[in-house]
Ligand binder design. Structure first.
Ligand SMILES: [Zn+2]
Length: 421
């Protein structure tokens, strides 16, 4: 009993530490539960029969609008299942019914488009594809939607060739996973705003491995608590505790095993509330995304672009990976004034912020961030006008409050570095 009390103390401390971390991450943490909830829903849905899924979906569709919106995933799951089983007509019926409650489910808009195309209803299918190309943020939805519209889609990036460094030029270099169509839209807008050539080019580089893994950090905190616990127990007590949880000391190096140890001891303790709370904390930790060290990215980019260095040419690495540096919890961009930058758009995406999907909002955020980075690579320091895209934002909300037009001071500074009067 004594050993369990010790474990309780240790676990409560861990839950406490991790809760603080999650609160600091605010919105993401609160919505993480909903996401994992959906995950469970998905697994259950696969196991359920079409008949029982239909029963549930019909129940949802009879609910009032507010409740139906909350449970609409059940309708969409059924439509997906019907589509998979080749029951096109029924699938279309349920997609349409579900989309009435959640029209911004762009994945299902696309799925409905596919079904309609299959049934020969080309005009109706194309209407769905248009919605997706206009609203979706990610290439995995935009690319098939554009193809459905009969447009040529090329997501290949040209390799960097010989550069004529006479006129100033900015090269955006995709690093790791990138939504190419999105970056292309950013490029166009940047070129228009700056009045110089902006290109997207690939250079041979290997993306460094991630630097932070929140789930692993959580497990490290557990190990620290276990170490403290070990110091308060006799060796026999400690041994008995591991035996009780059926976990070997040598296995505790593995993240899954350390979690298993704490979970099993709590399950056996009989205190359901603490046991459930720990399980929920573990589930949240699993949803946290990995992060990449911006300094490692800069090092790789600098090395890869060295051979192409010219007086008027500047490189900006663009990545979808979340980045940080040293003690910061995250960064939107980082680099060296007058030289090189990397920027990440992960925190601007609705799949990260859990806002409603909005391609134009994402583009505005990315262009403003890129304008700031473009100034930096040409040696123009930050701006003090809060409405200017180049002003330092403390949050995404501050980013959104900015205009999409450069202030006079920044415009003049760009004219000067680009040799314009
Ligand atoms: Zn400015």
């Amino acid at each position: 009993m004594l050993k369990n009390l010790c474990v309780f103390g240790a676990i409560l401390t861990v839950i406490g530490i991790f809760s603080i971390h999650l609160v600091a991450e605010d919105k993401r943490a609160t919505t993480a539960t909903t996401q994992s909830g959906l995950g469970i829903y998905r697994i259950r849905a696969q196991e359920a029969s079409i008949r029982s899924m239909k029963k549930r979906a019909d129940e949802v569709l009879k609910m009032n609008n507010i409740s139906a919106r909350v449970h609409v995933e059940a309708v969409m799951q059924l439509a997906d299942r019907l589509a998979k089983e080749g029951q096109s007509k029924e699938a279309v019926k349920y997609y349409k019914a579900g989309l009435k409650h959640f029209p911004l489910d762009l994945k299902r808009q696309l799925a409905l488009g596919r079904m309609l195309m299959k049934m020969g209803k080309k005009k109706e299918a194309m209407e769905r594809a248009k919605i997706v190309t206009k609203m979706a943020e990610e290439d995995n939805l935009v690319v098939p939607a554009r193809k459905m519209l009969g447009k040529k889609v090329d997501t290949k990036i040209k390799a960097i060739g010989k550069l004529d460094g006479k006129a100033p030029i900015i090269i955006l270099v995709p690093m790791g996973k990138v939504d190419v169509l999105l970056v292309r839209d950013v490029r166009k807008k940047l070129q228009k705003q700056l009045g110089i050539s902006v290109l997207i080019r690939s250079v041979p580089l290997t993306m460094p491995s991630y630097g932070r893994d929140p789930f692993h950090d959580f497990c490290q905190a557990l190990r620290k608590q276990l170490k403290n616990l070990k110091a308060t127990c006799s060796p026999d007590q400690y041994e008995a505790m591991l035996k009780q949880a059926k976990v070997r000391e040598a296995d505790l190096k593995r993240d899954e095993k350390i979690v298993q140890l704490f979970q099993r001891l709590l399950d056996q303790s009989g205190d359901e509330k603490v046991s459930r709370s720990f399980a929920a904390t573990v589930a949240k930790a699993r949803t946290e995304e990995r992060q990449w060290n911006s300094l490692a990215l800069l090092k790789v980019l600098r090395k890869a672009t060295k051979a192409h260095k010219q007086n008027n040419v500047r490189f900006i690495g663009v990545t979808r990976c979340d980045i940080y540096s040293k003690n910061t919890s995250f960064l939107l961009a980082n680099g060296y004034l007058g030289e090189i930058m990397v920027m990440s758009y992960r925190r601007f995406m609705s799949s990260f912020t859990h806002e409603t999907v909005n391609r134009n909002r994402l583009l505005k955020r990315m262009v403003n961030q890129a304008l700031s980075s473009c100034g930096k690579v040409f040696g123009i320091d930050g701006c003090t006008d809060p409405s200017c895209p180049r002003a330092y934002p403390h949050s995404v909300a501050e980013h959104d409050a900015k205009s999409d037009k450069l202030c006079n001071k920044c415009r003049k500074a760009f004219d000067k570095v680009f040799g314009r009067k």
